[in-house]
Design a protein around this ligand. Structure first.
Ligand code: AMP
Length: 216
């Protein structure tokens, strides 16, 4: 079971990919999470990526493709996966296609989580996360039990620096210019599925599970 989740920032890719992977027992691979971890640990990759991420720009393709290639070579994707946040440009989509062929793997479906710009801005301005366990929260859709504190470990919740309004606008712009063209790419490859991703987290989760089970 190999899937790609596509969609603008704030479309719920991360939240849904995490839940779906847990439900069906495959790996959740988020390039954004890997990069944030690299920035936090001040690795060579993290140092190169930080300025791009803070501005809401894309990290250069070579760095990202190398990261995925390492995972493929190490066999980490052998049990099935959802790619969340990758590919994000046409060269990344082309590179993924080649890497998969080389590793005798195929994608079952690229699933587009469709949401409007207004909804994206509303969601990102209410988004918080736990820096200890990485759990995500959203006001008002998914509130912590105690205001401002993670349910799992009591850590104070933070906002991602790239969720500030000005950066969000740039991220949306970058999405439209650099990432939207890959929707056509997967449509041409005939394995794109669109899921209307406004509504409750659970209703969208159910729709995604249906698409995934039908594609298996
Ligand atoms: P995300 O958590 O997916 O919204 O990613 C956060 C940030 O990490 C993005 O705004 C980019 O700066 C960077 N990033 C994540 N995935 C990619 C990718 N596939 N290509 C380039 N930059 C990426």
């Amino acid at each position: 079971m190999n899937f790609i989740f596509l969609g603008p920032p704030g479309s719920g890719k991360g939240t849904q990919a995490k839940q779906v992977c847990k439900e069906v027992g495959i790996l959740h691979l988020s390039t954004g999470d890997l990069l944030r971890e690299a920035v936090k640990n001040e690795t060579a990759l993290g140092k190169k990526a930080k300025a791009y991420m803070d501005a809401g720009d894309l990290v250069p393709d070579g760095l990202i493709v190398g990261m995925i290639e390492d995972k493929l070579k190490a066999g980490e994707l052998d049990g099935g996966f959802i790619l969340d946040g990758f590919p994000r440009t046409l060269p990344q989509a082309e590179a993924l296609k080649m890497m998969l062929v080389k590793n005798s793997k195929t994608i079952d479906k690229a699933i587009l989580l469709d949401v409007s710009d207004d909804e994206v801005i509303k969601r990102l301005s209410g988004r918080f996360y736990c820096s200890t366990c990485n759990a995500g929260y959203n006001y008002p859709a998914r509130m912590p039990k105690q205001e401002g504190v993670c349910d799992n470990d009591g850590t104070k919740l933070l906002r991602r620096p790239d969720d500030e309004e000005e950066v969000v606008r740039n991220r949306l712009d970058v999405y439209k210019k650099q990432t939207e063209p890959i929707i056509d790419f997967y449509e041409r490859e005939s394995f794109l599925a669109r899921v209307e991703a406004e509504g409750t987290i659970d209703s969208i989760f159910q729709k995604l599970l249906t698409v995934i089970r039908e594609s298996d």
